[in-house]
Design a protein around this ligand. Structure first.
Ligand code: SF4
Ligand code: SF4
Length: 352
């Protein structure tokens, strides 16, 4: 199947068709914020918001997730509510790409000390069977910087079906076999025309032209490693209040804590998002805290994203979605931090 065209008047029918096969998530309102919510009809979907307040990582890696319940009878893993696979509508390229990064952490086989390979079954059960309908961004925001990191407003990385919003219609193009198979089950659309293909190409080119010039991120990891002990960290972190909003809204941050909630002989083991920006994140049982200072925590977040993760997985742990820029209550802009570090490169300084 090649590109198909969906008349927006038939979008409601399309969502109903999709809902018959999948649990559908799409951008919507929740508690006054925009985030990806389960939907059953077109009316619940926000088609206007470009970058939702919360990223869609919570669909696959929930804020709080019961890993298992226990009592005297044994251990039970909670069952999924619907048993249907997940389809996501309206995910932007920065978010679909973040899922590929998270899949390297949760979905890739990790060799354990007993030589068995471990993959996170909670992530895999949801992510592997999911189908992602991603949407191109025709008018990127001033906070978007996906073009710094091999992304772009019409990038289809991490998507199964790429969707271009062409005004009165959606132009949908399968990216993976999974996306093709999902579209094969639907009937609300028609074949695309040559005009549609020209329109999709024009939208992509105009969107790309609307992005600000990217910063050169070559050698960024090395530069960060060389600046580990420099006073620059105190300078760039001075206004951070360690609220953690940047990490909770980020599509790629994935630190978590494990908590037990129990009474008597029964209880639950729960996985909960955590944040390296919180003072007690690295607190040790002895009371010693290797990252007691705010500057050390800001440095850790930046180093993890632009030095440690690339060293281990070969790419930056940031998609340039700009959420951390928008949400920070003290306007700490991670782009400015990176530019500050990059200044050393311009000056030809790599050490000291
Ligand atoms: S959102 Fe801003 S103030 Fe809050 S922890 Fe992140 S950088 Fe610091
Ligand atoms: S670090 Fe900021 S810009 Fe990068 S992916 Fe996270 S929230 Fe988006």
């Amino acid at each position: 199947m090649n590109m198909v065209s969906l008349d927006k008047k038939k979008f409601g029918s399309f969502i109903l068709e999709l809902s018959a096969e999948y649990t559908v998530y799409a951008p919507g309102k929740a508690g006054g914020k925009t985030e990806f919510i389960p939907v059953e009809s077109e009316d619940e979907i926000d088609l206007k918001t470009l970058v939702t307040d919360l990223s869609p990582k919570g669909i696959f890696f929930p804020h709080s997730e019961v890993l298992y319940e226990y009592d005297k009878e044994g251990i039970r893993v909670p069952q999924k509510e619907t048993g249907k696979p997940i389809a996501v509508w309206g995910m932007r390229g920065c978010d679909s790409r973040s899922l590929l990064m998270l899949n390297k952490v949760f979905g890739s086989a990790i060799q354990m000390p007993d030589n068995k390979n471990f993959q996170d079954p909670y992530w895999k059960e949801k992510y592997d069977s999911s189908v992602i309908f991603g949407t191109g961004c025709n008018e990127p925001l001033s906070t978007c910087f996906c073009n710094w990191f091999e992304g772009g407003p019409h990038s289809s990385q991490g998507m199964d079906v790429f969707v271009a919003d062409a005004g009165d219609r959606f132009l949908m193009e399968p990216v993976t076999d999974k996306g093709r198979a999902a579209l094969d089950k639907m009937s609300s659309f028609t074949d695309s025309t040559e005009d549609d293909k020209t329109t999709a190409a024009q939208l992509a080119s105009e969107a790309q032209g609307g992005m600000a010039e990217p910063m050169d991120v070559n050698g960024l990891g090395e530069m960060l490693n060389n600046k580990y002990d420099e006073p620059v960290w105190e300078e760039v972190s001075a206004k951070c209040i360690n609220c953690g909003a940047c990490t909770f809204s980020c599509p790629t941050c994935h630190c978590y804590d494990i908590q037990d909630e129990g009474k008597g002989s029964s209880g639950k083991r729960i996985r909960i998002w955590d944040s390296c920006m919180f003072p007690i994140f690295t607190m040790e049982a002895s009371g010693h805290n290797p990252r007691a200072l705010s500057s050390q925590r800001v440095r850790q977040r930046v180093m993890h994203k632009y030095s440690y993760f690339p060293e281990k997985y070969g790419e930056f742990l940031c998609t340039g979605c700009g959420r951390c820029v928008t949400v920070c209550p003290v306007n700490l802009d991670i782009r400015e931090v990176l530019k500050r570090i990059n200044e050393y490169k311009k000056q030809g300084i790599t050490n000291g």
